[in-house]
Design a protein around this ligand. Structure first.
Ligand code: NAD
Length: 284
């Protein structure tokens, strides 16, 4: 297998009719000063999708990397997210303007509510702001992150609108079957954050046999597992060889025996926070 700028990444159709490249680069914890270079590298290698957030403090580097790549802005799918400090209708509109200014863009491809933060009680107001941004065309698609089914049901019941995407922690140790089933039943694309379990799943010896059988790496096995399930994935790396490796996942396929091995990794172990609890501040 080889990875080069001609690698064709499949795209998936969202419920608003737009399309999202199924594999992208996550940039959480990439240093602001390094981000533009990493984004340029990924785009050179063939990535066309970058996932950032206000929290990551590297939106400026993402925008700079997209411009430096020489690609048309419309050929790169960029996601950013509103942090819960900015929940609320007016606050979210202002946060969005700050994100656009940092990115140096006229619009983002996907704008997500980063966490429901239910103790703050403002995610429905935040969602109403996203609906406005979508209707204005400045957020081309809108969605949520870390939402459990009951949070999404509240959005639907109070606004009549469903998100295009639900970005949640998902990897072989935490496969989130109930959330995936809900998303599927409601036409919402599930996007996996920490698709490699932040690197922790890769040392599991059960993956080695599958990887050896296909002549690939454990990271490639896990990413292929996500793609086969129809999910979007956004693995993070700053290393050119790993960025390339994580894209080089379109030349092999897994079978039921492989999937049975990967299923043995499920320990229902998230690495991240509980969306029903985080950030834990009391309702005022
Ligand atoms: P990940 O599962 O992508 O793991 C990244 C780590 O895995 C790297 O730091 C590296 O240590 C290792 N790695 C990557 N490629 C490898 C390879 N080929 N071989 C060996 N090791 C490899 O974890 P992540 O960065 O937490 O998640 C990915 C992206 O998801 C983030 O960058 C961010 O964009 C997004 N994210 C979103 C949320 C959210 O709340 N919405 C939370 C966390 C992350």
């Amino acid at each position: 297998m080889s990875t080069n700028a001609t690698t064709r990444i499949p795209s998936l159709r969202m419920n608003d009719g737009r399309r999202i490249p199924q594999l992208g680069l996550g940039v959480y914890k990439i240093d602001a000063a390094e981000t533009a270079d990493v984004v340029v590298t990924a785009l050179e290698l063939g990535y066309r999708h970058v996932d950032t957030a206000t929290l990551y403090r590297n939106e400026r580097g993402v925008g700079e990397g997209v411009r430096r790549s020489g690609l048309d802005r419309d050929d790169v799918f960029v996601t950013t997210k509103v942090w819960h400090d900015d929940h609320g209708y007016d606050e979210t509109l202002r946060a969005f303007d700050r994100s656009l200014a940092e990115l140096g863009f006229d619009a983002v491809d996907l704008y997500l509510i980063h966490w429901p933060a239910p103790s703050l009680g403002r995610f429905v107001d935040t969602w109403r702001a996203l609906l406005r941004l979508r209707d204005e065309g400045r957020a081309r698609s809108i969605g949520v992150s870390n939402f459990r089914p009951h949070h999404i049901e509240r959005l639907r019941d109070e606004t009549g609108e469903l998100p295009a995407v639900n970005q949640v922690e998902l990897h072989p140790r935490y496969p989130q079957a109930a959330t995936c089933a809900f998303d599927d039943a409601n036409g919402i694309l599930t996007e996996a954050w920490a698709p490699l379990g932040r690197g922790t799943v890769l040392g599991d010896p059960a993956l080695d046999g599958v990887a050896e059988r296909h002549g690939v790496t454990p990271a490639q096995v896990v990413l292929r597992w996500h793609l086969d399930a129809g999910r979007v994935v956004i693995p993070k790396s700053v290393h050119r060889d790993r960025i390339a490796e994580n894209l080089d996942v379109f030349g092999f396929s897994l079978d039921d025996a492989d999937r049975a091995v990967i299923a043995t990794l499920d320990t229902n172990s998230p690495t991240g926070k509980d969306p029903d609890v985080f950030p834990g501040a009391p309702i005022a």
